[in-house]
Design a protein around this ligand. Structure first.
Ligand SMILES: N[C@H](CCC[C@H](N)C(=O)O)C(=O)O
Length: 365
């Protein structure tokens, strides 16, 4: 619905009535995009020349009929990207409906700009919902906030599942098969809205993580040694399709207190360590009990994030292999908890957690 306005825009939410009272000429501004999502109304006004005219009022009932799909279906003129912003425990992503093409709608450079928290929308990454391949329902690609492309994203795939279900107006329990850089991933939306994801099997072979550290338990690195700035750390290396270096502390050192860590100082030294040819995500872990772990993470290509789903899966594998935890754990991340289970019977890891839409809008590229 195009709104033609010759006046200032004031948005008043009155008892479920969203009314746009337009009262005096506006110069020029860009797409006035609005929508409502789960009672959250948002109006975004950008900054390029588009005329809007006439007063319009739209009550919340009408507003509720605006589905994300209709908003996203607005024709994308050149230079504008429609998106929906989601987060999984504060690990936040720009989600793009890319189901009409197998090529991402924006470049890695554009993604990095959009992820900038001062000069862009702000996010830990951009996620594209793309057509399926080899019979899967969809494919997912992701660009980190530095523009690099990882194989997989655990919090992101929960957001992806919720995005698809909202685009298709699905209610209740639904699961999807998604092709990713980590292979087939199957998220299932639960009745309570949480998303349970079959994250597949952990990869332990050092060369497949990948790491140049020598395997010390068969071909796996379990409580191996990584020297960072002359200090020896105990590390276990696990891939969830993307590389993870997990540490419970320094060799011979005291129990790790993750809240005491200076992540911006130590994180990049692990991320860019020469022993990780594809760089690495690093999880610093504190054992609270055999079924309760606490972590902070420095992510490859995104820095310190509030949560890392693949990292939570990888650290449970490391904790089990180091004899520190059971196969079913609650992992406390700065953004909230995830339930993780590494099942003996199928060697798959299952992650359960939330995913929430925050707003949607149009970004100028
Ligand atoms: N930065 C990660 C990708 C995102 C992973 C994380 N956000 C998750 O939830 O799994 C990497 O380069 O491997």
């Amino acid at each position: 619905m195009e709104i033609a306005a010759t006046s200032t825009v004031s948005v008043a939410l009155q008892s479920r009535r969203l009314s746009l009272a337009l009262s005096k000429k506006l110069g020029s501004f860009s797409s006035l995009s609005f929508g409502c999502f789960e009672r959250k109304y948002c109006v975004g006004i950008g900054s390029s020349s588009v005329r809007v005219s006439a007063a319009a009022s739209m009550d919340a009932v009408t507003a509720e009929k605006i589905s994300p799909a209709s908003f996203l279906d607005k024709r994308e003129s050149g230079g504008v990207l429609h998106f929906v912003k989601y987060h999984g425990l504060g690990n936040d992503f720009i989600l793009v409906d890319n189901r009409d093409s197998s090529e991402p709608k924006i470049t890695q450079e554009q993604a990095a700009k959009l992820c900038d928290r001062n000069f862009g929308v702000g996010a830990d990454g951009v996620i594209f919902a793309m057509p399926g391949v080899n019979g899967t329902d969809y494919s997912m690609r992701i660009f980190n906030s530095d523009g690099s492309e990882p194989e997989m994203c655990g919090n992101g795939v929960r957001c992806f599942a919720r995005f698809i279900s909202e685009l298709q107006n699905l209610q209740g329990k639904h699961s999807f098969t998604i092709h990713t850089g980590a292979g087939l991933i199957v998220p299932e939306i639960q009745e309570d809205g949480q998303v349970k994801v079959d994250m597949g099997k952990p990869i332990l072979k050092a060369q497949d993580v990948p790491t140049k550290l020598p395997g010390n338990k068969g071909e796996a690195v379990i409580q191996g040694e990584l020297v960072v700035d002359g200090v020896s750390w105990n590390v276990t290396c696990v891939s969830m399709g993307n590389p993870h270096c997990i540490t419970f502390g320094k060799k011979g050192g005291p129990k790790l207190k993750v809240d005491d860590l200076n992540l911006p100082e130590i994180g990049p030294k692990f991320e860019n360590h020469e022993m990780f040819p594809a760089r690495t995500n690093t999880e610093f872990v504190e054992v609270l009990s055999r079924s309760h772990l606490k972590m902070r993470v420095w992510e490859r290509g995104a820095g310190a994030t509030l949560a890392c789903g693949t990292g939570a899966c990888a650290l449970v594998v490391a904790a089990v292999l180091e004899g520190r935890a059971n196969r079913k754990c609650t992992v406390d991340l700065p953004g909230g908890p995830l339930e993780i289970e590494w099942k003996q019977e199928d060697n798959h890891i299952y992650m359960t957690g939330p995913a929430e839409a925050v707003f949607y809008g149009s970004a100028l590229l």
